[in-house]
Design a protein around this ligand. Sequence first.
Ligand code: SF4
Length: 203
Amino acid sequence: MSAALLAVQAACRDCHACHDAGFQVESLPVFEGRPGQQAYLLGQAPGIVEGDERRPWRGRAGKQLRRWLGLDEEAFYATFYCASVTRCYPGRVPGGRGDRAPSPPERDLCARWRDEELRLLAPRLVVPVGGLAIQGLLGGAGSRTGSLPLTALIGERFQRDGAVVIPLPHPSGASSWPHQPGNRERLDRALAAIAAELTAIAL
Ligand code: SF4
C-alpha cells in the first residue's frame, strides 16, 4: 500500500487536469502526507502562500488551525495527512476580495486524488475543514447531512468508510462563525472529540 500511495502522490504532483480542462489555477498541486498516517485533514484549497511554498496550511488560517488543535507545526504535520478539495491555488475572485472558491467541476476533477488517498491510507480519523470539504465528504444526494447547515454538523461525529469523521469550520480570520452565539461551544466539542480520537490512534 505504501508504494501505491507514493505512486498516487507522484501522479498528483504532476496533475494538470484543471489546466487541460480550461480552468484557471495559479499554482502547482499542494498536499503533504506519508503512508501510515491515520488522521486525514481535508481543507478547501491552498491559498497563495501555500501555493508558493507548496506546503498546506502555511498562512494565517493554518496558524489558527494549529492553535485550535493545540499542535505545534512539527506535531501537526506529523499527525495529519493534509489534503484539500482542490489542490492548486484557484486565484483571487475576479474583481473581488479573497480567493476564488473552486467550482463544482473543478472539485469533481480533483476528487480522484482524495478518493485514492482515502482508499490507500484507510485513516481512522478524517477531519474536513470548512463547508466545501464537509459537503464533499458528508454531503451529496440522499445523505442525512447534505442539506444541513454547518452549525448542525460542527460538534458531531460521523462515520464514513470505517473512519470517524469530525468536521471543523474554516479557521480563516474572515469567518465570523466561531464568534456567533453557541458556536464556540460546538467548536470546543469538535476539538475535544478530535483530541480523543488522536489519543486513541496513538495508543
Ligand atoms: S486542482 Fe486538482 S485536479 Fe486541478 S490541476 Fe490541481 S491537482 Fe489536478
